[in-house]
Design a binder for this molecule. Structure first.
Ligand code: 5AD
Ligand code: FES
Length: 346
């Protein structure tokens, strides 16, 4: 197995069959070797610095009904909220004072904000914080909408592909949503010049080593600037309520694989990985992650943005999370850096 890890390290990719074999036959010893290489690659590019992004979850209304997600449209038990443009600007102000230079605006696919409304919000943030990056994470939109947001000042866009296998995609999403459309959106975003982030859940229902190999192959082809992965975690008000959570071990292994595939990529230690294990984020960094995305949303709404059960950091203020993360990362020899932390390929 170490042979495949070496090959990945030197060639930055494997065939689909090799990816599947690497995943299926992995042993603890292989993971150790993988993480050592992944850390070496991260350290060479980023030293011991970790980028921080301030996440603003500005609406949990969603027109979609993804089977795994706690804020899906059909969930009657989800208490909905929506932040105004002024509220969002206030979150940015708090974040800026705390040293954040990237704001990530995330929401469900909320039709109440027109493309014009969203563009106006981006314009206001761009004007108030010319030195900050603006990242959107608001789902599938038309090419024209993406273009309008980009021209308004958005720099980056996060849209996970969720799974690169069309049948698997259809098992996780209602009819009407398709992998083809998701991919089209990602290519549009790239074409427009966004720094693009994609990703998937680890251990989602019906996932196999083969579908994961397809995820990795798709990611290699898309060549995104960012890749976010985290364990699937069940939400009580979904059809997957009784499914088991994705494993920390496999999530870490795949972070290591992604780091070797995309040496320059921005790979977050996600909230989901911190939820599945108290030291999950630390372990993710030690497996090759280099980004942290603490929450800047008002504490009053935090508990309402629940994509899965038991989400961490729903009671803490932004400053508390930043300090908590700083301590956690210092405990493993890393530090948080101030700055936009743009992607820089070679
Ligand atoms: N468990 C883990 N991750 C989830 N997401 C949505 N629902 C869940 C869940 N139950 C992830 C999806 C989405 C991102 C914002 O959160 O991958 O793209
Ligand atoms: Fe939020 Fe630790 S990062 S409480």
């Amino acid at each position: 197995m170490n042979g495949l890890i070496d090959k990945l390290y030197h060639e930055n990719t494997l065939s689909g069959g090799e990816f599947a074999a690497l995943i299926k036959n992995r042993k603890q010893a292989d993971a150790g070797a993988l993480f050592a290489k992944a850390r070496e690659v991260s350290k060479r590019r980023f030293g011991n610095g970790l980028y921080i992004r301030g996440l603003i979850e500005f609406s949990n209304y969603c027109g979609n009904d993804c089977h795994y997600c706690g804020i899906r449209r059909g969930n009657r038990h989800c208490e909905r909220y929506r932040l105004s443009a002024d509220d969002i600007l206030q979150c940015c102000a708090n974040g800026y004072a705390l040293g954040f230079r990237t704001f990530v605006l995330q929401s469900g696919e909320d039709g109440a904000y027109s493309d014009g409304d969203l563009a106006d919000i981006v314009v206001r943030i761009r004007k108030a914080y010319p030195d900050c990056a603006i990242t959107l994470s608001i789902g599938e939109k038309s090419y024209e909408a993406y273009q309008r947001f980009f021209e308004s000042g958005a720099d980056r866009y996060l849209l996970r592909h969720e799974t690169a296998n069309a049948e698997h995609y259809a098992k996780l999403h209602p009819a009407g949503m398709s992998l083809a459309n998701r991919k089209q959106c990602l290519y549009h975003l790239k074409q427009l010049g966004y720094q693009v982030g994609t990703g998937f859940m680890v251990g989602s229902p019906y996932q196999t080593a083969e579908t994961l190999a397809e995820d990795l192959t798709f990611i290699k082809e898309l060549d995104p600037q960012m890749v976010g992965i985290g364990p699937f975690l069940p939400h009580k008000d979904t059809r997957f309520a009784e499914e088991k959570a994705g494993s920390l071990e496999l999530t870490l292994f795949l972070i290591g694989v992604l780091r070797l595939m995309l040496p320059n990529a921005l790979i977050p230690a996600t909230t989901a990985v911190g939820t599945v294990d108290a030291r999950g984020r630390e372990q993710a960094v030690l497996a090759g992650a280099n980004v942290l995305m603490p929450n800047l949303s008002p504490v009053a709404v935090r508990k309402k943005y629940l994509l899965y059960d038991n989400k961490i950091c729903t009671g803490e203020e932004a400053a508390e999370c930043r300090d908590c993360l700083r301590r956690r990362m210092e405990s493993i020899g890393y530090r948080l850096t101030v700055g936009r932390g743009d992607y820089s390929g070679e």
